[in-house]
Design a protein around this ligand. Structure first.
Ligand code: BDR
Ligand code: CA
Length: 313
């Protein structure tokens, strides 16, 4: 199996990525770290623990990372993910039974990289703050990182400004550090993730599993659908983040091209945009893999199967 550390900001789609990584035998989920993004760090960390608790994901340490970007204002996506960051299901008021690891995210990632016998794949699905701090603070760990497979950016336009996608806009300097790190980076942006929509048919397949976990997943997707309809007018919401782990499970699910990717750090109206040089016009090295065409049916088969496996232990 592919050894993986998830770095996330759950977040409805992040939650499904946790389920997919924990459920599928092709993935060895070593650790989960959290970052401020869809909601405050406190909330995204609680949400990661809640998801692990309800899905029976035990023995995977969950640690909290950075609570703000390297530069610029803090930004959340309450309009999409709600006040809790994971609105929809009733998780109850009590503490989830999965604890928070006492280490900070940086220490947990470092310990995990050093302890694992082979290089580990980092899967960031939130702002890239934790990963950038790791690369800056511990350049000696680069050899322990197999590759970085992230959700962020787009070959096209943005979703949070006309130019910028949420994860990149939250911390453009961190994204710039990651894309220029020299490590192998694979990017799944909106151009790819908008091809995987949680349609009524998908939700019905999950509902038909008939377990408490499947009911909770339906509540998540129903809430996510309502905000995506309201904010973007989408018929069905795109489940962005799990495209990362789905790619690791089955590389044939998404076609990739190689291109130079530059993060706009200035720009009067375009800060946080990803400039993907699909036609090689800049002469910059085409050193990033970029997700393009998605087999959406294959993707949803993986998601439904993950919810089935975890709901029926
Ligand atoms: C990204 O932003 C977040 O709201 C989602 O969880 C996803 O990671 C999509 O732009
Ligand atoms: Ca996310």
């Amino acid at each position: 199996p592919v050894p993986v550390i998830l770095d996330c900001d759950p977040g409805h789609d992040d939650a499904f990525n946790i389920l997919l990584a924990a459920a599928h035998p092709a993935i060895e989920l070593l650790a989960i770290t959290t970052v401020a993004g869809n909601q405050t760090l406190e909330k995204t960390t609680l949400n990661a623990r809640r998801v692990c608790s309800v899905a029976g994901i035990k023995g995977v340490p969950v640690a909290a990372g950075r609570d703000r970007p390297l530069h610029g204002p803090r930004r959340i996506a309450e309009n999409i993910h709600g006040d809790s960051g994971l609105d929809g299901p009733g998780f109850g008021e009590g503490e989830p039974d999965v604890p928070q690891d006492p280490r900070d995210a940086l220490t947990l990632i470092r310990d995990t990289l050093l302890a694992h016998p082979s290089p580990v794949t980092l899967v960031p699905t939130g702002p890239l703050t934790n990963i950038a701090v790791l690369l800056l603070a511990h350049p000696e760990l680069a050899g322990r990182i197999e590759r970085i497979v992230l959700m962020g950016g787009s070959t096209e336009r943005g979703n949070t400004t006309p130019a910028a996608e949420f994860n990149i806009l939250c911390d453009p300097e961190a994204a710039d550090i990651v894309f220029r790190s020299g490590l192998p980076v694979t990017m799944f942006g909106l151009n790819a993730t908008h091809q995987v929509r949680a349609t009524a048919e998908v939700v019905a397949r999950i509902a038909a599993l008939g377990t408490p976990l499947s009911a909770l997943c339906v509540d998540l997707l129903t809430y996510f659908a309502s905000t995506y309809r309201e904010v973007y007018g989408f018929e069905a919401p795109p489940l962005h983040d799990p495209l990362t782990v789905a790619h690791l499970i089955n590389p044939a699910l998404v076609s990739l091209v190689r291109a130079a990717v530059t993060v706009e750090l200035d720009g009067t109206h375009t800060r946080g945009a990803t400039l993907v040089d699909l036609h090689g016009v800049t002469g910059r090295p085409a050193d990033t893999e970029v997700g393009m065409e998605v087999d959406a049916d294959g993707f949803w088969d993986l998601i439904v199967e993950a919810v089935r496996v975890l709901g029926d232990p």
